[in-house]
Write a protein that binds this ligand. Structure first.
Ligand SMILES: [Zn+2]
Length: 454
């Protein structure tokens, strides 16, 4: 492996051993690029993708979508979550994601039953129906069976809206007290020791669903387990959320967060969509990451993150597939650039002084930002880094004679998946476009969808 970070993906066979020699052990067929990190996933929503695209008098919005989503998730059991997540994670691997941050908020059973606060009874611990972390463990199992790297982010969700509004029936499966939540986090921390290539962070859901004191408490707890644990939060996805925050806190959400917490490189602000220039500078100065989910933000009519301005300030970003309306980092990055072209009526927006190719610049920065957002030793091909790698199929026509524009071709001219092989943490997860568990997982997913559709 090269001694320094290699961002020049135009050399098709640069991936050589330390002595610079080609060797059968280390030289792959095709071109090698770093695996992408998916910074934001709600796995169960994959089974709902495409179910909410029927018209209703042009009054559909994020909020009506959310109502439909709540009805849908009322049918999902603990085993269903595992089925959906396993299928989804295999889809992610085949499209180029090698690690996922699971923003995990579906904690309780279908009746919203609160599991025992301190479940120390071993017989109960072996029964998934009686554990605070039963749903989280389904996610760990799915990650293990797929081979993807996992950063589990248990979500603290307490209220229906600003001002500690009482949660509604559709939210009963999400709610925990801070004491329960900290127990869940500790249980998940134990699970990270049992499952390979996993680690822990937390996610206070949003400023509308969690109050300041609770965030302080849960951050303190997770920091006692891992001082570098990532902290993710939904922050400014919808204009209404910003307006409600101003009404309640007299500040915009990102500004309030910056003023009340010492943000640092471990914080990831998901959907910082509606931010002004001062908030942009504040995020960059804090070293926090902007977690952008272009296809979901488009699908839900959220708005457009000011990527051009944010990158001009040297801000760090990561990408996520969020609702999984698309499971494809290529499409996320393509739309990141296209949204800016549509706004500015110009072309080639998200290149940089150091990297003139938009595709190369975006892939490189998103992978590094994703690694930071998951506190994982990956995101770049370099000595001492985890081997999370994608092998591009240079037999695909879009990559013929196109060395200089390789990642531009992948992102903007991709007619079909060009990722032939995928390695996660030194192990092959996908070979020759195939994952060993994909047929079983897809069959189980299809059966589940047939049940949920009736
Ligand atoms: Zn989300």
């Amino acid at each position: 492996m090269g001694n320094k970070q290699n961002t020049d993906y135009s050399k098709r066979d640069y991936y050589r051993d330390k002595r610079g020699k080609k060797s059968n052990a280390t030289l792959f067929e095709g071109t090698v690029i770093p695996g992408m990190i998916n910074c934001h996933s709600h796995a169960f929503q994959r089974a709902f993708a495409g179910f909410s695209e029927h018209g209703s008098n042009a009054k559909d919005s994020f909020w009506t979508w959310r109502k439909t989503m709540y009805k849908f998730l009322a049918q999902i059991t603990h085993n269903d979550v595992k089925t959906i997540a396993q299928h989804l994670y295999i889809e992610m691997l085949k499209s180029g994601y090698t690690r996922v941050a699971e923003f995990h908020y579906l904690h309780h059973d279908i009746n919203g039953k609160t599991y025992p606060e301190n479940c120390t009874d071993n017989t109960k611990r072996n029964n998934p129906e009686h554990k605070l972390s039963a749903m989280a463990q389904a996610i760990f199992d799915a990650a293990k069976n797929s081979g993807i790297g996992l950063t589990i982010l248990p979500v603290l969700y307490q209220y229906a809206g600003f001002g500690q509004q009482t949660s509604n029936d559709g939210q009963k499966r999400f709610i925990n007290t801070t004491a329960q939540f900290n127990q869940l986090v500790s249980d998940c921390f134990e699970l990270t020791k049992q499952y390979p290539n996993t680690n822990l962070g937390i996610a206070p859901h949003s400023l509308r669903a969690v109050d300041k004191e609770s965030i302080v408490e849960v951050v303190h707890h997770v920091r006692s387990l891992d001082n570098n644990a990532p902290i993710h939060i939904h922050i400014a996805e919808q204009q209404q959320e910003v307006d409600d925050c101003i009404t309640h806190y007299s500040k915009r959400p990102v500004q309030w967060l910056l003023d009340n917490f010492d943000l640092d490189e471990h914080w990831c602000l998901i959907h910082a969509t509606h931010i002004n220039a001062q908030e942009q500078k504040g995020i960059v100065a804090s070293n926090a990451i902007a977690g952008i989910c272009p296809t979901t933000e488009a699908n839900l009519g959220d708005g457009i993150f000011p990527t051009r301005e944010f990158l001009a300030l040297n801000g760090t970003f990561a990408i996520g597939s969020d609702s999984h309306i698309s499971v494809n980092p290529v499409e996320e990055l393509r739309w990141l650039e296209y949204a800016q072209r549509l706004i500015t009526q110009k072309r080639v927006i998200l290149s940089s002084a150091g990297i003139a190719s938009v595709g190369q610049n975006l892939w490189h920065k998103a992978a590094l930002g994703g690694a930071q957002s998951t506190n994982s030793n990956t995101g770049v091909i370099s000595e001492g880094k985890q081997a999370d790698l994608l092998i591009l199929d240079t037999q695909q026509t879009s990559l013929f004679a196109n060395n200089k524009h390789l990642l531009d071709s992948v992102i903007f001219a991709d007619q079909k998946n060009m990722i032939k092989d995928v390695m996660v943490n030194g192990q092959w997860a996908v070979q020759n476009y195939t994952h060993a568990n994909e047929v079983n997982s897809a069959n189980n997913f299809a059966k589940l969808l047939a049940r949920l559709s009736t």
